[in-house]
Design a protein around this ligand. Sequence first.
Ligand SMILES: Nc1ncnc2c1ncn2[C@@H]1O[C@H](COP(=O)(O)OP(=O)(O)OP(=O)(O)O)[C@@H](O)[C@H]1O
Ligand SMILES: [Mg+2]
Length: 726
Amino acid sequence: MKGLKKPRSSILEPGIHTFGPNAERRQLSVMFCDLVGSTPLSSRLDPEDLTAVILGYQSRVTATVRRFGGFVARYFGDGVLSYFGWPVADEADTEQAVRAALAVIDSVGERQVQGEHLQVRIGIATGLVVVGELLGADEARQQMAIGRTPNLAARLQDIAKPGCVVIDDATFQQVGRLFECQGLGPVALKGLPDNVTAWQVTRAMRSSRSEALHATTKLPPLIGRDEELHTLLRLWSQAKRRDGRVALLSGEPGVGKSRLAAGLMERLRGEPHAKLRFFCSPQHQDSPLSPVIAQMERAGYLNGSSPVDTDPRESKTPGPDDPANSEDAVLIARWIEPDARNSSAPSIGARNGMERLIGDLVTQLTDLAARRPVIILFEDAQWIDHTSLELLSVMVPCIRYLPVLLLVSCRPGFSPPWVASPHISTLPLSGLRKLEAVALARHTAAPVMLPPLVIRQIIARAEGVPLFIEELTRAAVEGGWDEGHPGENAHSPNAQGAVVPPALYASLAARLDRLPALREVIQLAAVIGREFTFEKLAAVSNVAEGALADALAGLCEAGLISPTGADAQVGYAFRHALIRDVAHSMLLRDQRRQLHGRVADVLQRRSDEGREETAPEILAHHYTLAEMIEPAVRHWLAAGLRAFRMAAHREADSHLCRGLKLLERLPEGVPRARLGLELKAAAGLVRDGSNGYGHAFQSTFAAWRGAGVQLPPSLAARHWDRDLER
Ligand SMILES: Nc1ncnc2c1ncn2[C@@H]1O[C@H](COP(=O)(O)OP(=O)(O)OP(=O)(O)O)[C@@H](O)[C@H]1O
Ligand SMILES: [Mg+2]
């Protein structure tokens, strides 16, 4: 059994060697689960009994993995390999992988064989893979992810103790705040050249990123948001005068809703008030009142545990010993604790019970508000369960007459069911302003000082969304940077294009995966760039124009792209630069090379025919990614000279440096030597540009003349040549 098990260096069986057309580059969390002690078991059990044990174990793992949204790719005897993030990505993939692992340990552990509980060990790694259907000559088909990540997951599983989950650092960086983890330090793993930082997961701690943010004791400073904070403080003053208020804080993921709410809480420190915080989460959308139950658990109502969510400086919500609360606790316990369902608690019909419970909770709030003003934070209402929504709908009109401020945060798309009323307001939150964004990037990078050009690029790509600013900055700091692509060396699904930080990847990929049928069109558009026209897309695409127009309409409707300019037929832009980057990063290298080549050809042809001028740096970019080195270098040179003529010295220098870097990939010979001279001469021009035509430039030409070299054509036609030749 052992020999069969693990995805060792060669997981390809004879005859299986190509990926099918659906293969993609993806960031996945890969889970490898292994049954402990299967070899001794195989010598103790009759083969038929052993088969039953293994099949039972496999079906428990499979059911649990599927329940958490994972995909079981393969069984290796008593090993099970699962992917989270494919075929459809979800922003919580990595988190779900870890939750699934903890649940697998419990589920398998329930099974006893010869008086002993079964145990598993689990390894999880997150990173880039190529994933898709592997096709073989023998018609065998299997879904397979190939890359370092699956091997790493298998190796981490090797070092996990029985009943334990070990994760790699990439997984920890993304979801470590949601789990209690113990560092195992850098560990040596068989077959891997470098030591790997690993963590053992002990238990789940928080239900979402928003909850983790509120649980952080010392948050970095709140940047900007003065107006919004001012509005919230005004609503709070009104609420305190028994003129209760409800504010709906809406905005896209990562824009700063939770941070603003935390900022308000910070401002209220020292004021007498009660604070109730409820967190919805994607995993609990179907669990009645889950945010309320979790709040009660945190406050120690249900299990008598010490409150974890209390700040000793603040007024606490009533404790479990408050007689007014005990009945609610019993009612709630009936849903969450299966044994309590048959307890001696008063038996009431489910519907009546729910209504009564909601009524009780509202009464409890009224009692609490009679003692001190209350601020209620209801986070991430887009994931609210049906019963909690009913509770909110009952609470909202009551609040009008209570000293209560209810702050509901949500992402776009959540439409509250309560009717409009003067005490309800909506606060749409948009991205940070430019200077604020710069301040956040600098603060995140500290003590490292990023070069201004890198900061500018981060700001341009993040478009004001603080989460994107933070993650792009961290990627730049950790992975180093070059002027073209900050964070280029970072762990990335797209080493040849713009980098998408791993922490952002899943949530952006999830947006694309909502429309799998339109994947081809959106990837092609991504190859053209952030902005593209229908005409250009049609010129490079094999899709018929009618179908293309329908696809673009679908993508607009889904909010992935939007029309630009007056005529919707003419231009489109990706709604966010990072969505474009993720769509682009999913292409396999060969596909990407071919498509960029096709785009470069189309643009060049249109330029040659005088139909549309394309900036040389755009052509250079496409030729570079098409790996057509000579035209790429020529266009970087042209782009550098053009930028120089426009007195954009920094850009000119950057274009020429890219040309020089690429030049090394050209074979030795006359074209390379000639282009090299031209690039170096142009770079000399640019560096001396601010002082007129300085001596470096002149000395280059003097050296050429001395060597009898003819002036290169790219320079011969320029006006400065005449000056110099004089
Ligand atoms: N004004 C700000 N100043 C400093 N940091 C901020 C600011 N706004 C947001 N951040 C940081 O950006 C990150 C994302 O913010 P936050 O979690 O509040 O976003 P969100 O809108 O609540 O996202 P989600 O919809 O996913 O819950 C956090 O790390 C937060 O600390
Ligand atoms: Mg939040």
